[in-house]
Design a protein around this ligand. Structure first.
Ligand code: HEC
Length: 224
């Protein structure tokens, strides 16, 4: 029925209904627009979120001081810390002492004859050292560089904790109730090595050739 034919009150009713429908439409369009914008925004974020989800969790690569592996790092620390100076016997060459490669880090050679000096006199006067720097006479008596190779006469039966105790606390054989390690072993400097550095040294020492060499026990200061 055309609206013009309606009674006045009904026509009013219909026109307000029409207005309402129009308003409702507007609201719907607004809502749809909002939804569209909202979903667009979400879509923009989506690639990022997806990328985040896909990025593999970065693997925490162990720190080896810039070296490929722990053993290489340990070798480097041992080399630059001068462990070979005292712990590896030397051979005399025409250009001075060179490391004896058959006794790398094997300590004072058991068969080497003692330094032929008056020990009592030398203890009071200063320091005497064998040509290969493995035997040391000083006010503390006589000390011999230890065998660090993984042989039972060296560190073969040690556990990693023993190296920690030897380097950090200066404990002979790395045992809690043993005597203090004698000079000139510079453990009081080495104690500042980090845990990772000591672990790397330990890893390296496991890989060097085992040399059977029973280093003599230290001698107390000469009194006669
Ligand atoms: C200046 C000489 C010197 C240097 C350098 C040196 N040491 Fe020693 N070290 C000794 C002497 C000597 C002894 C034996 C002391 C003793 O009998 O009490 C010893 C003992 C040790 C011991 C104890 C061994 C045992 O059987 O209890 C360890 C472990 C050790 N050294 C490791 C090292 C490491 C690792 C380095 C290098 C980072 C190093 N040393 C550098 C002289 C040295």
């Amino acid at each position: 029925m055309p609206m013009s034919n309606l009674p006045a009150h009904r026509s009013l009713y219909y026109s307000s209904l029409k207005q309402l429908t129009m308003k409702f439409r507007h609201t719907l369009i607004m809502l749809a627009t909002c939804l569209l914008v909202f979903s667009q925004c979400n879509n923009e974020k989506a690639p990022e979120a997806a990328a985040e989800a896909e990025t593999p969790v970065a693997e925490t690569k162990p720190f080896y001081g810039g070296f490929d592996n722990q053993v290489e790092w340990g070798k480097h620390i041992v080399t630059i810390s001068g462990c070979n100076d005292c712990h590896t016997p030397k051979k005399m060459s025409d250009h001075g002492p060179v490391l004896d490669s058959s006794m790398m880090l094997a300590g004072h050679p058991a068969k080497m004859p003692p330094i032929n000096v008056n020990r009592k006199e030398m203890q009071s006067k200063g320091l005497v050292v064998s040509q290969d720097l493995t035997e040391w006479i000083g006010p503390w008596g006589t000390s011999y560089a230890a065998n660090l190779t993984p042989d039972p006469t060296g560190t073969g039966n040690w556990k990693e904790e023993q190296l920690f105790l030897a380097l950090r606390e200066g404990k002979y054989k790395g045992l809690p109730n043993s005597r203090q390690i004698l000079p000139p072993m510079p453990w009081e400097m080495f104690r500042y090595m980090t845990d990772d550095e000591i672990k790397a040294i330990w890893a390296y020492l496991r890989t060097i050739p085992a040399v059977s060499n029973n280093v003599p026990a230290p001698l107390p200061p000469e009194t006669k």
